[in-house]
Structure formats: structure tokens, C-alpha cells
Design a protein around this ligand. Structure first.
Ligand SMILES: C[S@@+](CC[C@H](N)C(=O)[O-])C[C@H]1O[C@@H](n2cnc3c(N)ncnc32)[C@H](O)[C@@H]1O
Length: 334
């Protein structure tokens, strides 16, 4: 299962379009600009999303990207655990529910959703959009106004996703918050998606090391549980999404698409059968003679080259994308 070009659900986009009727795009554009400069400076949502206009500008300019990133990661989970069919999801730091919408598209088995956030503004709009778009899972969801840093979230779910939210936890509370979420939710699968920056990668690696010590099993992206072998670089992935006209206008962007960078961890309570022994950690470089790849493998970072003359193997490797797992490293990378 390869992550495709994920789009937010059509019914949600229609509900959003309705909400935007009669609203000044110029006003939303200045809100969006304030939002992105805030996020660039690591300002929290509490400081940037103060009313519905801010939340709508988030829905137009950031949610398509966070949705695409979390959809990519959850597709990776479905790839590794094709048997996993969760009935319940906990969306922690849910914002407008990007992770729940993405999960719903992958697992029709989902029947119960708990969405938790400390932003009353986001929760209100998330609930209203869920009703207006007729979303079955989100329409019945429980929305909880809680802070996962200052209190133990009272949620139990098989799948718990924390998407672009741990990034807002203060440095001093990062490990404790992650451990509490892992322990208190009882999640069979615990997914963390973070912005693809060196700062968030470094924080994620601290969370990774700590939760592994607490017994978590690492399902992805790493093909091993040793310390990350990357030096002077950070592990991240990218997904391309198309921009709507409003998105383009609000961002003053010339291109009708953007690339969203993200880092992630998929942890399980039980070990999963290892279905891959390497992962592509950069874009494949296709040259005249063949294809170069940078892989994270069970024995560290490897640069590989597959010659064009090895027709069958070359054809297979050419189709690989940044972030893809490689099944049998010795066969595929020699
Ligand atoms: C950048 S938004 C991401 C929203 C959504 N998960 C997404 O992927 O689009 C970060 C969200 O995390 C929430 N958040 C951050 N820290 C939180 C905390 N300590 N407790 C609860 N929610 C928190 C914010 O209020 C905000 O809704």
C-alpha cells in the first residue's frame, strides 16, 4: 500500500466552503500570515488561534498539510499491520480532527472517536464541521476540552494519534507527557506525527528512546530499535498536496501544490512481524547509469546504487519513493 495523494474528505471541504461564504479573504489572509509566522517561532495554538477566523485560516492553510502527513503515516501503519482493524481512536491535540478524518478513510472498522484538545475554539469548530459535513465517525465523536500536559487524559482507545501537537509541549514536560499518553490511553498502537524540522526530530528521538525503555515496540519508520544512526542530519519525510484556490490565495503562493515535511513514530504494545529491513530516507536520485538511494537499514545508513543494466531490479527500485520500506534489503540493494 503506497501513500497516494491524500485529500481532505469532499464533504468536509464543502462544509468549509459554506462557512467561508461572505467572509473576507483578505482578512483570512492576514490571519493566515500571523499563523504561519507564529508557528515558525514555535508559538502555541493557544497564542495563535483566538477565534473562528483564525481556526478557519488554519483549516484552509495548515489542515490540508497535517491531514496529508498523518494520512501518509497511517497508511504506513496499515502497510505494517494489515490485520489491525481498530474500533476506537483517540485524537490527542486534535485541532479540527485531521487525524480522525484520515483514520476513518483507512479503517471503516472505526466506530468510536475521542477528540481531545485544550483549544475551545478548535473544538467548537471541529464539532460544527463534523455535523455540517455529515461525518459519521466525527458526527458521533466525543470532544474533550483537556490539557494533556497538565493532566492525564481520560481516554482509552485502540489507536491513539498525536498529530502536530507534542511539538507544543514545553521541553521540560515532553517526556512525561508522552509517557503518560502511552501509559494512560492503553493504546494498542500509538502514533506521533511532528513537523519535519531538526528540532522536532531531536525531541522525537528522545521520546523514542524513553518509550522503548518503557517497553514500547517500534513499528516504523525505523527498521531497528538501535539509536538513530543519522549524524548531522534529521530523519524526515515529505508528502505533496495540492492547494485549493483559497489556500493559494491565503498563502500568496504561486504553485498549486506544496510539500509538507514531517517526522513520525509508530509504536505498538506488541511486536509486529518485521516486513521490511530498510527504509528510503531521502528522494531516490535517478541518473543515466542507475538509481542512487539513501537507506536506513538494520545495520545503519547505507548509500546504494542499482545499475540500469540490472533491468528487473532497476525497474523495481525506480518505482520506490522517499519513505518507502524495502522488503528484502540484500536482494533489493545489492
Ligand atoms: C498544530 S495543531 C494540530 C492539530 C491537529 N492534530 C492537526 O494535525 O491538524 C496543535 C493542536 O494541539 C493542541 N495542543 C497543544 N498542546 C496541547 C495540550 N497540552 N493539551 C491539549 N491540546 C494541545 C492545540 O490546541 C492544537 O489544536
Amino acid at each position: 500500500m503506497t501513500p497516494g495523494q491524500p485529500h481532505m474528505p469532499a464533504a468536509l471541504l464543502q462544509a468549509l466552503t459554506k462557512r467561508l461564504e461572505g467572509r473576507s479573504r483578505q482578512e483570512l489572509r492576514s490571519r493566515a500570515q500571523a499563523l504561519s509566522s507564529g508557528y515558525r517561532l514555535h508559538a502555541t495554538t493557544a497564542a495563535t488561534i483566538r477565534d473562528e477566523s483564525d481556526a478557519l485560516s488554519y483549516a484552509l492553510t495548515r489542515m490540508p498539510a497535517t491531514f496529508a502527513a498523518v494520512a501518509h503515516v497511517l497508511t504506513r501503519l496499515a502497510e505494517i499491520r494489515p490485520d489491525f482493524a481498530p474500533v476506537s481512536i483517540g485524537d490527542v491535540g486534535c485541532g479540527l480532527g485531521a487525524a480522525t478524518y484520515a483514520a476513518q478513510a483507512i479503517w471503516p472498522s472505526l466506530d468510536r472517536a475521542l477528540l481531545l484538545d485544550r483549544s475551545a475554539v478548535f473544538l467548537k469548530l471541529a464539532g460544527e464541521l463534523a455535523q455540517e459535513s455529515g461525518a459519521s465517525l466525527l458526527g458521533q465523536a466525543q470532544f474533550l476540552n483537556r490539557d494533556f500536559v497538565t493532566s492525564a487524559p481520560n481516554i482509552q482507545a485502540e489507536l491513539v494519534v498525536v498529530s502536530y501537537a507534542l511539538t507544543e509541549a514545553p521541553e521540560s514536560a515532553l517526556i512525561e507527557s508522552a509517557e503518560r499518553l502511552w501509559a494512560s490511553t492503553g493504546a494498542e498502537i500509538f502514533v506521533i506525527v511532528e513537523p519535519g524540522t531538526s528540532r522536532d526530530y531531536a525531541r522525537l528521538m528522545r521520546v523514542r528512546a524513553h518509550l522503548l525503555l518503557k517497553g514500547a515496540q517500534l513499528l516504523a519508520p525505523c527498521p531497528h530499535e538501535a539509536a538513530c544512526p543519522l549524524i548531522g542530519d534529521w530523519c524526515h519525510f515529505t508528502t505533496r498536496l495540492s492547494r485549493s484556490k483559497d489556500h493559494q490565495f491565503l498563502k500568496e503562493a504561486r504553485t498549486p501544490f506544496e510539500d509538507e515535511k514531517f517526522s513520525y513514530l509508530i509504536l505498538g504494545r506488541q511486536p509486529a512481524a518485521r516486513t521490511f529491513s530498510a527504509r528510503l530516507i531521502g528522494p531516490p536520485q535517478i541518473g543515466k547509469a542507475g538509481v542512487y538511494m539513501r537507506l536506513c537499514t538494520t545495520s545503519g545508513i547505507e548509500e546504494t546504487f542499482t545499475a540500469r543494466r540490472d533491468k528487473a531490479l532497476y525497474k523495481e527500485m525506480r518505482r520506490k519513493e522517499w519513505g518507502d520500506p524495502l522488503v528484502a534489503q540484500s536482494k533489493e540493494t545489492e
